[in-house]
Design a protein around this ligand. Structure first.
Ligand code: F6P
Length: 359
């Protein structure tokens, strides 16, 4: 039997660990052949692939990024073509499907977040057999408790918050850290708790800056002349909008957020008279070695995906439910946006330890 694999959307720590687990299990346990398509669905459209053997995945467990390459703007149903400097979009999904058929793939393992998995859903409609593996630092997929890559991003943001503490304390400043996460505040919330933030601003809880200002003044009366604020890129004021940094045409979601950290820092400086500085963590959150946790989760997902293929259980996504790896039907429900419950236990625990959310 032969299976295909591709990695789409933004890269994140742990993708290579999944690939390694997929190849080792498929080849060594089942004696199958594995082909990897380069740069996400782009490779399927252009038939750009390579054979993956255990030798090819040797030593990649700890390597960030993806050895296959990725793309978050190559949707085969709306594929960007450039000729003589002119850009046009065409539906090349039929070509992609033919390539999969000609390869004789029993199924395609799709490692991706909501954009990539939604694209996979469209291919399922056309008859392709798919197994999804949930990947994103944003942890915003409804079909699983955790996506791999997320905990490493939380570790990176937590480390940044710890480092910002020393400057904040020495210079009596407000230090604002802007983190990724798109429309969900998971990275901000969890790193804020772990990194000892005084204020956490997330998209799910629109904030009132006056409240944040009061929190900073209150800290001053307690002889704490500095404050640490973590802001999710999708956070916005009660009467404001998310800040959009750019648009990437051809991407499943063309909106790229960013800039709210600077806005919060500028406004708080005016409001409190304290000096404020902003740090944008950006793609550092997606880079580098996966944490031990993510290496394990990624390995479990990769192994489980191959076992699903062996059982002929196609069009499902591997999923973590509590402590258990299981699978769920790959449908619109699993790719739905999973947001932080504003009244949930995590937010409550943060509030109980004195963290301000600005509402
Ligand atoms: O979905 C992962 C993510 O890193 C988001 O947190 C962020 O908003 C977006 O991708 C950034 O995309 P790009 O790499 O295209 O700037």
């Amino acid at each position: 039997m032969k299976i295909g694999v591709l990695t789409g959307g933004g890269d994140c720590p742990g993708i290579n660990a999944v690939l390694r687990a997929v190849v080792k299990t498929a080849v060594n346990e089942y004696g199958w052949e594995v082909v990897g398509f380069r740069d996400g669905f782009r490779g399927l459209v252009l038939n750009d692939f390579c054979r993956l053997t255990p030798a090819d995945v040797m030593g990649i467990l700890v390597r960030g990024g993806t050895i296959l390459g990725s793309s978050n703007r190559d949707n085969p149903f709306h594929f960007r073509l450039e000729e003589n400097g002119r850009v046009r979009y065409e539906d090349l999904s039929g070509q992609a499907l033919r390539n999969a058929e000609e390869q004789g793939l029993a199924c395609l393992l799709v490692i991706g977040g909501d954009g990539t998995l939604n694209c996979a859903l469209d291919f399922i409609e056309k008859g392709l057999r798919v197994i999804g593996i949930p990947k994103t630092i944003d942890n915003d997929l409804s079909g699983t408790d955790l996506t791999f890559g997320f905990m490493t991003a939380v570790d990176t943001a937590t480390d940044a918050l710890e480092k910002l503490h020393t400057t904040a304390e020495s210079h009596h400043r407000i230090m604002v850290l802007e983190v990724m996460g798109r429309y969900a505040g998971w990275i901000a919330l969890q790193s804020g708790i772990a990194g000892g933030a005084d204020v956490i601003l997330i998209p799910e809880i629109p904030y009132d800056l006056a409240r944040v200002g009061r929190k900073i003044q209150e800290r001053k009366t307690k002889e704490k002349s500095f404050s640490i604020i973590v802001v999710a890129e999708g956070a916005h004021a009660e009467d404001g909008e998310m800040v959009v940094r750019r648009r990437v045409e051809g991407s499943p979601d063309p909106v790229r957020l960013g800039g709210i950290g600077q806005r919060v820092a500028t406004d708080l400086e005016k409001l409190t008279g304290n000096e404020a500085r902003v740090t944008i963590l950006g793609h550092l959150q997606r880079g580098g070695k996966p944490s031990a946790f993510d290496r394990i989760l990624a390995t479990r997902y990769g192994v489980a995906a191959v076992h699903l293929a062996a059982k002929g259980e196609f069009n499902r996504m591997v999923s973590l439910q509590g402590q258990t790896i299981t699978s769920v039907p790959l449908d619109k429900e699993v790719t739905k946006l999973k947001r932080v419950p504003p009244a949930g236990e995590l937010v409550q625990a943060a509030r109980n330890t004195g963290i301000e959310f600005g509402n």
